[in-house]
Every structure is written in C-alpha cells, then in structure tokens.
Design a protein. Structure first.
Length: 583
C-alpha cells in the first residue's frame, strides 16, 4: 500500500485492513483481542484493590493499634501454656510449677540396619545410656522402643546430627519447678508421664490435668515464696550452727489458717529424678513428734476456759511428782508454789501435770480434739501423718500430755492449734490454697475470746521474762512458748537426742502470724553453754525469722506495750526478780 491507499489482505485465514502500513484486525481476531484486554484490566484492578486493603490494614495496625496483636509475636505465658497440665503459682503469682515442650527419642528396630553401631553412636552423645541395653532393644525386632525420654535441645540436636536411620522424636512435656528445692515438699513432683506422685501435684492431679488449662488458669497457693525463702534460710543456718539432723518451720496466718511458709530440711529438688528418699520426708506434716512444753499452752488454755483454775490459783511445784513408777520433774525447778501464770512462764512440768489432772481426761480429750490435735491435719497434701495417741488414755497419760509427752503430733497441727489459742478462740483448718477472703476459712470456736486474750498476755510474759526471752525482737511484741522433748527410742527415751521447738505469735496484741520452728537433735555450742533446749536454739531462731518477716509484710514496729485485757488486774505472783504480771 502506498500513499493513503487501503488494502484488504488475508492474515492467517482472517481478513485485515492495512492503512498506511499499519495492520488493523477485523472479525474473530479483533473480538479475542478485546476480550483479553478486558480480562487483564479486571485482574489488574483486583490485585490493586487487594494491595490497597492490605496496605490500609497495615497502616491501621501500625498507627492506630486497636488491640490486635499478631500471634506470631506473642510470648506464651508459662503459667497458662496449654500443654495439658495447669501451672502452680504462689499467692503473688510467682511460678512454682509449669511445663516445657521437649522431645523424647524412640526407634523402629526394623528400620535400624546396625543395632550395635547405632547404640554406640547414641551412647557417645547421650551420657547415661547403657550401650548394651540400647543395642538389645534395637535388635528386638519390635516396631517401637524408647531410647531416652525428655531430651534437652542440645541432646536432640546431637542425635539429629548423627543422621541414623530408624530413629524419631516424639514431642512431650517436661514438668519444671523454677524455684527448685525451695518449694519441693509443698508442690511435690510428677513422674515421667506427668502424673502427680507427691505434694500438691498429687492432691490436685485431676484438676491440674484440666482439658482447658488456659481458661482455668493456674492453681494459686497460699505460700509466699519470699517468706518461704527467709524461713528456709534461717532454718538452714540454725541446722549448721547446732549440727541438727533436720528442721521444720511454718508461718501461718493466725486469722484464716493460710500457710505462708512450710519448710522441711533436709529438702530436695523436684527437678531431679535421683533425690534422696529421706530428703523427701516432710517433717512439717508427715513427721509426728512429742512437742514438749509447747503443749502447756493448750493445758493452760483449757484449764482457764473450763473454769478449773483462775489466774489467782496455783500449784505446789516444790518437789517432783511421783505417779506409780513414773517421776515428773521440772527441767529448771523453782522448788516452790507456782501460780498459773508462772507455770507457763517458767514451764513447770509439775504444775502443768497437776493442772491437766484437774481438767480431767474427758475434757482434755475434748479440747485437744477441738484444737485439731487428735486427727490428721486437714491440709491439701497426701503426706499427712496420723497423730500418735495413748491407748488406753489413763491418768498418767493425762498428766504427761499436760506438758507435751505421751502424745505425738505434727508441727502443722501444733501451729494451727496455737493459732486458735491466740486469734480469739477460732480454729481454722490450715490450708495451702489461697483463700479469696477470711470468710472462706469456716472456723469453729474452741475457747472463749476472754480466754484467748488472757493466753496472749501469758505468752507475752513467756518471751518478756520466761523461757522464751531469746525470741524477743526489738520493735515487736511477741508471745510464744518453748518446747523441749526427749526423742523416743527402743526401750524408752534417748538420753542425748531431743526435739527443740518454739512457737510464737505476733504482734501479740492482735496476732497476724504464728511462727513455728523445730530442730531435730540439735547439739549445744560454746555460745549456748552446751545447752540445746528450745529456749537456747529454737527461740532465737524464731526471733530472727520475725525480725525479717515483720518489715517484709508491712508491719510497723510497735512503740508501746500491748494493752492489758479490759478490766484486767495485777496478779501478785511473786515472780522471780519481783513484780507482778498484768492481765
């Protein structure tokens, strides 16, 4: 075509127009071209719209975050990670038990070409594996055998690098205890299959295996890990100082029974599978001991509450008491008539025995039952001992129980009973589960509020001028009672093996906490003039605990003595050194 001439020429079977050298399609080809262009425009518009939507959303999230958080960036909360077993935390939310994902190594022996070589290679990277045992498993011809459960990430990587055929990993969970031995006796531990076999882990095994651990949340204990640490720290120091074979310590909320600290030494690390079985023994709940003179708190309280004696009464403690073949003596005799207050203050076995005899066996048993001393402690642990009681309960038993011999109870039982004596007369079952409020305690009255007030004043005098003087703490008014008891052995009591203890309440005018400490077979030192009794060993131990506990719990120092009981009076008791006792 030349000039402006128009030619019609065939193109692949279709006609086309040629104008000035340019080709223009016509017919079917032209229609196909238009359809293709339309589709391309539509697809381009859709892609552009998608990019605009994504861009707008990114700007919205970046500049105007409305609560959306990308899941990939979220750190999992270890207390609620849904691995099939709920976490355990202390009263302040501190993690005590949780799960970590881990891998376990297994094999299909039918796919292992050389069992001996495979076993040798695995033994090199997995310490503790027995090469012969693994080789036998790999040669068994079975389709599944375990090689090693719960591998560390480094161990899993080392096995992977071997590139051995027939081996595989199974994802599992490992129960871990971040605070280790600090809460071992309370929290307990699980077996290889994550089943609870001790402590809280066993008691609440079904609840901890909740199908919805995230929604249910962790189990919150009453334990305060800070208090737990300071009690353990002081107990361990006292054990070393007095070369004791064991120790136990408790801090109890005096008004609702919550256990803030429960320590038993020696202890164990629940993360370790090879813990000494003896160290797993919980002396605070599973051990039963004759608590000695701490029981005089109960004897005095029940005698006053039953109206058997008044604060003006007393007993002749000038010489030992002979009952059949038994002789009851005072450890440090005053050798004179003692008033009821003095019997507690100076810890007279003779006076307590006579007082218990006046109370009588029937009433004694009734009061001790009210104080929770004749049955297992109702605490959320499987490791709880049954108290050891005399049978039959004869007159001599009534007398010896009056000063803490002939009956064996756990430290937890004693502490909970003393809490009832000082808190106004209400016994609250001890608990390791954090209460929502004091109303959840569900306590029962065991003695009158008037008797409780009198006992607080008596226990204060024990620390002020009695056997518990070494428990005194500057800035806090403390009430307490010492206890020393010979340990029973074959054929009678051991001559040089004792249990030394001290139980205290503070601030004694309105007690918030009851603190107990016990040393098993302490030995005297030069500093204690070779004495190892409760007043020399356990009393100063409790004093040190209180000195640290008070500020920690926000209790301000007291500047004035606790007020005397309303309508009180002074009992002229001819106390050692003169003076009287205000009640």
């Amino acid at each position: 075509m030349t000039g402006g001439r128009l030619d019609r020429r065939p193109l692949d079977g279709e006609e086309h127009l040629a104008v000035d050298g340019r080709v223009s399609l016509d017919g079917t080809a032209a229609r196909a071209l238009h359809v293709g262009r339309a589709r391309l425009v539509l697809m381009g518009a859709l892609f552009a719209l998608a990019y605009v939507v994504v861009g707008v959303r990114l700007v919205d999230v970046s500049l105007f975050n409305d609560g959306f958080e990308p899941r990939i960036a979220q750190a999992a909360d270890p207390r609620s990670t849904p691995f099939g077993r709920r976490a355990i935390v202390d009263r302040n939310g501190v993690l005590l038990a949780t799960n970590l994902p881990t891998a376990s190594l297994h094999a299909d022996p039918t796919k292992v070409p050389d069992p001996r070589a495979t076993a040798a290679a695995l033994a090199r990277v997995l310490p503790g594996l027995d090469r012969a045992t693994i080789a036998a498993r790999l040669a068994s011809g079975r389709r599944f055998v375990w090689i090693k459960r719960i591998l560390t990430p480094r161990q899993q990587l080392a096995v992977n690098r071997l590139g051995l055929p027939g081996l595989a990993f199974q994802q599992e969970q490992r129960r871990v205890y971040p605070l280790g031995r600090l809460t071992g006796h309370v929290v307990g531990f699980v077996d290889i299959d994550n089943s609870g076999i001790a402590g809280i882990e066993k008691t609440f095994d079904a609840a901890l295996r909740s199908a919805t651990p995230v929604s249910d949340g962790p189990i919150r204990l009453s334990i305060d890990s800070r208090v737990q640490y300071l009690v353990r720290d002081e107990l361990a120091a006292a054990m070393r100082e007095f070369r004791a074979i064991g120790a136990a310590g408790l801090v109890l909320d005096a008004n609702d029974g919550e256990v803030l600290a429960m320590v038993s030494l020696p202890d164990f690390d629940p993360n370790a599978s090879d813990a000494d079985p003896a160290a797993r023994f919980n002396r605070a709940t599973l051990g039963t001991y004759e608590m000695g003179s701490t029981f005089k708190v109960f004897t005095t309280a029940m005698a006053l509450d039953a109206g058997v004696v008044t604060l003006r009464d007393g007993y002749d403690a000038s010489k030992p008491l002979h009952v059949a073949r038994f002789i009851i003596r005072d450890y440090s005799p005053e050798k004179r008539w003692l008033s009821v207050p003095e019997i507690l203050i100076y810890s007279s076995n003779i006076g307590a025995a006579k007082m218990a005899l006046d109370v009588g066996a029937v009433r004694q048993r009734d009061y001790l039952a009210r104080f929770g001393l004749l049955r297992r402690a109702a605490i959320e642990l499987p490791e709880v001992a049954q108290p050891l009681l005399p049978s039959p309960w004869r007159e001599i038993n009534t007398m010896t129980i009056g000063f803490g011999h002939g009956i064996a109870v756990s430290p937890l039982q004693l502490t909970a009973g003393v809490a009832a004596v000082v808190n106004g007369g209400i016994f609250n079952p001890p608990t390791l589960i954090a209460r929502e409020s004091d109303l959840d305690a569900g306590g029962a009255r065991v003695i009158s509020a008037r008797t409780s007030a009198r006992m607080r004043r008596l226990m204060e005098r024990v620390v002020a001028e009695g056997t518990g003087r070494k428990a005194a703490v500057a800035g806090y008014l403390i009430g307490g009672k010492t206890g020393t008891a010979d340990k029973p052995g074959r054929g009678g009591y051991q001559r040089r093996a004792i249990i030394s203890s001290f139980v205290a309440a503070f601030p004694i005018a309105a007690p918030r906490y009851v603190v107990f400490a016990m040393l098993d077979e302490p030995k005297g030192t030069k500093k204690t003039y070779n004495f190892a009794t409760g007043g020399w060993t356990a009393a100063p131990l409790v004093g040190r605990i209180i000195a640290r506990l008070g500020p920690m719990m926000g209790l301000p120092p007291e500047r004035a003595p606790a007020p005397a009981e309303p309508g009180g009076r002074v009992i002229a008791a001819a106390l050692k050194g003169g003076g009287g006792v205000a009640f």
